[in-house]
Design a protein around this ligand. Sequence first.
Ligand code: RTP
Ligand code: MG
Length: 148
Amino acid sequence: MEKTLIILKPDAIQRRLLGKIISRFEEKGLQITGMKMMMIPDSLARAHYVSHKGKDFFEPLVSYTTSSPVVVIVVKGKNAIEIARKMMGVTFGSKAEPGTIRGDYAVSNRFNLIHGSDSPSSAEKEIAAFFTKEEIVDYQPIDLSWVY
Ligand code: RTP
Ligand code: MG
């Protein structure tokens, strides 16, 4: 089972879209194993997006990321990293396909609601940067077949 870091960015909170976005991951069948609301400190935002350092959108991206609270989530499942990225859609809201999170709810390039780790190595690094071990509740999912 793979884990990925999802960040519901400041615009997701300000636009009251948290529930809708979280529901999509649950409905898909992925498991939430960690979740909290936080303000991302400036230093963490810079480290998180270090691969974009020097690009013209880097400083506005750091300002955006630190502008208001975010919700960070550890999502777990088979191929969770790739599946989450597919569900998010491509980077720019204007380009993302309808049916994806960005495609359905975003029109902006920068204000695109959600982050998802892009590889197993970044997922591992990002989860360690945002969560302590104790904050990840790695529970065994129960067999829900009795519900039916
Ligand atoms: P993320 O890292 O947030 O999951 O997004 P991503 O992989 O789809 O896109 P990436 O290229 O890593 O860009 C990181 C974030 O920077 C903002 N951005 N603005 N040209 C621009 O104005 C521009 N390009 C990127 C977006 O918020 C993007 O998600
Ligand atoms: Mg990225």
